[in-house]
Design a protein around this ligand. Structure first.
Ligand code: AR6
Length: 367
């Protein structure tokens, strides 16, 4: 009996040290604290209820509190029984039965609560700030987490997909439609002004350089937001050629993945080679997304910053490539977001979008 009791007491004590933050002197007892105290009272174990109180981040459910409350009452009765008999005196049969029932139940509750706490606390061993962390392990863990869990480890603020409206034209467009009206495709397009690193979607495209090891502009923002493990993973990819795309985890970013692409550098004017390379960037990013079953993708204005591609020409390549890809693969994507950072780019997209994604009275597509 004494052996069984000490085993149970040990299990209860163990639950105090796993998966939550000890905080001495916290006046609001968690459900675990209740259970520990019950077990301690029942068994007169080494630890006492007043010592080592514990807090968790999530409040106990009312049901669990009610259960704990009931056990508190039973435990108080058992405690007075113990007091009357004392451990030196051999307990009678009724006392032994009461104590066993309390002990087993308290231990079961304690072990249940231990696993609950384990599940609630996946975060502590996921360090996205340290370069020495194992990026493969971190990537695997992030992939297995649901959205709520991942939100606890984002290193930046996030904007959920629901807050990114589907594009709708403002005013009458002066542009002639270049494609047929297709409302199904129109529902898949957004124009977002702001920082791409904040978007909580499946994938964001990065306007990277051939090393994939980070740089300035949007590339720098993505690496800063994701943290050092992104660079660690990128370093294993052997760089990237112009127009190609390579996918990595997004680590501390709200997006699940980053698709890195390298845009063409424009020195004087845009030739066929540069235009084809920019087209390849958009196409290969979309292809990489759908190949990986990613349904929501955002693009910055690739090559239009440091790489010098004229924005008014780049917007046409971006819109045409996305339109044609969606026509062929509309069932594989839910949303393509054009993420612009500058007011001038926003205006360009607002002007050109109606030509590639027309609404209203233009001829209807059969898609
Ligand atoms: N979110 C969205 N768009 C952004 C952000 C952001 N946080 N920051 C900048 N932009 P650039 P490139 C816009 O120069 O021309 C890097 O050093 C920006 O306003 O970032 O393809 C790489 O390492 C512009 O419209 O990319 C390469 O060496 C667009 O992103 C080189 O720059 C692209 O500007 C790539 O040059």
């Amino acid at each position: 009996m004494a052996f069984q009791m000490s085993k149970l007491a040990a299990r209860v004590s163990l639950s105090k040290s796993v998966g939550f933050i000890p905080s001495a002197g916290n006046r609001c007892p968690s459900h675990l604290n209740f259970i520990s105290r019950l077990a301690h009272r029942s068994f007169h174990a080494l630890c006492t209820a007043g010592r080592g109180s514990a807090t968790i981040k999530v409040l106990p459910s009312p049901g669990l509190l009610r259960k704990a409350d009931r056990w508190e009452k039973v435990s108080t009765a058992s405690k007075s029984l113990h007091r009357q008999s004392g451990w030196a005196v051999k307990p009678n049969r009724t006392t032994r039965v009461v104590v066993s029932v309390i002990g087993v139940s308290a231990a079961v509750l304690a072990s249940l609560s231990t696993s609950t706490l384990h599940a609630m606390n996946a975060r502590p061993d996921l360090n996205l700030d340290s370069e020495s962390s194992d990026w493969k392990e971190a990537k695997k863990k992030l992939c297995s987490m649901d959205k709520e869990k991942r939100r606890e480890v984002y290193r930046v603020d996030f904007i959920p997909l629901e807050k990114i409206p589907v594009w709708s034209p403002s005013g009458v467009s002066s542009r002639e439609p270049r494609y047929k009206v297709n409302e199904e495709l129109n529902k898949k397009i957004s124009l977002f002004t702001g920082d791409i690193t904040k978007l909580e979607i499946d994938a964001i495209a990065n306007a990277a350089n051939k090393t994939l090891l980070g740089g300035g502009g949007v590339d720098g923002a993505i690496h800063r937001g994701a943290g050092p493990l992104l660079r660690r993973e990128c370093a294993t990819l052997n760089g990237c050629e112009t127009g190609e795309a390579k996918i990595t985890g997004a680590y501390g970013l709200p997006a699940k993945y980053v698709i890195h692409t390298v845009g063409p550098i424009v020195h004087d004017s845009v030739g066929e080679r540069e235009e084809q390379a920019l087209r390849n960037c958009y196409y290969n990013c979309l292809h990489t997304a759908t190949k990986n079953h990613l349904r929501t993708v955002a693009f910055p204005c690739i090559s239009t910053g440091v790489y010098g591609y004229p924005p008014d020409q780049a917007v046409e390549v971006a819109l045409r490539t996305v339109r044609e890809y969606l026509e062929q693969n509309h069932e594989k994507l839910d949303r393509v977001i054009f993420c612009v950072f500058l007011k001038s780019d926003k205006e360009l997209y607002e002007t050109m979008l109606p030509a590639y994604f027309p609404r209203g009275s233009a001829p209807k597509s059969k898609l």
